[in-house]
Design a protein around this ligand. Structure first.
Ligand SMILES: [Zn+2]
Length: 135
């Protein structure tokens, strides 16, 4: 995954170097900044050591610029949404899991859903029905 990622609400740029930056909050109230590596390797998330979480933890994600909740509840409670701007200027929805350890990202285009990550089977069928059933 490359390109520029922006907040769907304020359209502020979320990409810094190779990472997308989010503000995150756990169910226990702990909050902090998250750097999300777009290459989706094992250490895809970088945080301050005081802001730590376990496999399976649900992380609320917010835009670090306007603080909008990046939830995608209209699609699924576990997914968050940002906008990717392709090199040709096209804008695409990017959906990804807010559950720590679920490595999955989906790029939504008009014709196809492109899944990335070793857990991408988890929401793929559901997303296909949601976005492509009308075709
Ligand atoms: Zn924003």
């Amino acid at each position: 995954m490359t390109g520029h990622f922006i907040c769907p609400k304020c359209r502020g740029h979320l990409t810094v170097d190779d990472h997308v930056v989010f503000s995150g909050k756990l169910k226990n109230g702990k909050s902090g900044l998250l750097l999300f590596d777009l290459k989706l390797n094992d250490d895809a998330l970088v945080t301050h050591p005081n802001f730590n979480f376990n496999e399976g933890d649900y992380i609320h994600l917010y835009c670090p610029i306007c603080h909008a909740d990046l939830e995608a509840k209209d699609v699924h409670d576990n997914l968050a949404r940002v906008i990717q701007i392709d090199p040709d200027g096209q804008e695409r929805q990017i959906l990804f899991s807010k559950i720590h350890g679920e490595h999955c990202i989906y790029k939504i285009t008009d014709e196809k859903i492109y899944p990335f990550g070793d857990a991408s089977h988890l929401y793929h069928n559901m997303l296909s029905e949601h976005f492509l059933a009308r075709l």
